[in-house]
Design a protein around this ligand. Structure first.
Ligand code: PMV
Length: 336
């Protein structure tokens, strides 16, 4: 018998839930250094491969939940109409946690500058899961919350911790071992730069993009094993704080993911001409000695990783870059 998401939530939650209390939580955004691309189980949102990310310090989502007379969703200060696709996704996730009401007011605020072009679904669903856990006083461990947040967005599994986080793909058919865990690595010199290319909404969701790549790309067959091996290499390099190994593998992993999409039929390209212009500029500077490497997700924006010694050169090359020091701007999830 196949499991559905409601069964998984019911395993972890009391029935009935207690009345909600007011709760406010924070979850950081994250960027994958070894990417997740493709699901082995769509209903349970289980990934083909493990992934590993860095959380973005104080950049992320703050979510506040209170009881209300009717369900209300406020997103960055604006009421979100319940007919919108974003609201539908959020309420269907809330319904898994709270199958029998009561009505809630959910206010969510992103501290990620919209102009930085960073997706907010990872921190958004992690903060929502933390807020529901706090409001209903369910006191679930972070690993369990990470597992539940997976039903909102895969990358949300990695937004429950500060620093480097690995989302193990897991093997259990019910997905109980497919959640994030923190790597205890403190790397104060580690830097990220966000290079905006186009900050409008993306043309195709990652959910649709993954499904299309899996169904039609002849290159996808090579991805799961390579991605798993890359994730292991990234984990080792992070633990050894070996940037010479880390930088090249992170860039190669991201470009391999984009190559699987470009080979889809018809082709899927989140990278635009302006993304390639950024990559060309980076590669030319690297030939002159700059030690920075690129990554990109399901959108045209480019992100760089480098160490503190390279910050001035990165900022000279890309004056519009937002530079983040994730270990210096630490903000622990759920402690607003
Ligand atoms: O979390 P989702 O379902 O939006 O997928 C995220 C996919 C990538 O951002 C491209 C890669 C990743 O691991 O975050």
């Amino acid at each position: 018998m196949s499991l559905n998401p409601a069964d998984i939530f019911a395993r972890h939650l009391p029935d009935p839930l207690p009345d909600p209390i007011a709760a406010e939580v924070f979850a950081p955004s994250n960027i994958a250094l070894a990417k997740y691309w493709g699901k082995r189980d769509k209903a349970l949102n289980l990934p083909m491969n493990s992934s590993l990310s860095i959380s973005l310090g104080g950049l992320g989502t703050t979510t506040r939940i209170t009881g209300a007379a009717q369900d209300t969703l406020i997103f960055n200060g604006q009421a979100l109409p319940s007919a919108s696709a974003a609201a539908a996704k959020i309420w269907s996730f809330v319904a898994l946690f709270r199958p029998n009401g009561p009505p809630l007011r959910i206010e969510t605020q992103n501290s990620i500058p919209t102009a930085a072009g960073l997706a907010s679904s990872a921190s958004g669903f992690a903060a929502l899961t933390l807020a529901l856990n706090a409001a209903f006083q369910t006191k679930l461990p972070l690993e369990t919350l990470s597992q539940l947040a997976r039903f909102g967005s895969g990358s949300a599994t990695r937004s429950f911790w500060h620093g480097f986080v690995r989302w193990a793909k897991g093997d259990a058919p019910d997905g109980s071992d497919s959640h994030g865990h923190a790597l205890s690595v403190d790397w104060p010199e580690f830097r990220i730069a966000l290079l905006p290319v186009d900050t409008g909404p993306k043309a195709q969701s990652s959910r649709d993009g993954m499904a299309h790549t899996l169904a039609t790309s002849p290159l996808y067959a090579a991805w799961p094993a390579q991605a798993e091996a890359d994730c292991d290499t990234v984990e080792r390099a992070v633990k050894e704080q070996d940037f010479r190994v880390l930088g090249p593998i992170v860039e190669a992993n991201a470009l391999a993911m984009h190559a699987t999409m470009m080979a889809a039929r018809p082709a899927l390209s989140y990278l635009k001409a302006a993304s390639w212009a950024r990559l060309d500029a980076l590669w030319a500077a690297r030939a002159e000695g700059l030690e920075a490497y690129a990554t990109a997700d399901a959108g045209p924006n480019i992100k760089l990783i480098f160490l503190a010694s390279q910050t001035d050169d990165v900022q000279t090359l890309f004056p519009d870059a937002t530079v983040i020091a994730p270990f210096n701007e630490r903000r622990d999830p759920s402690a607003p």
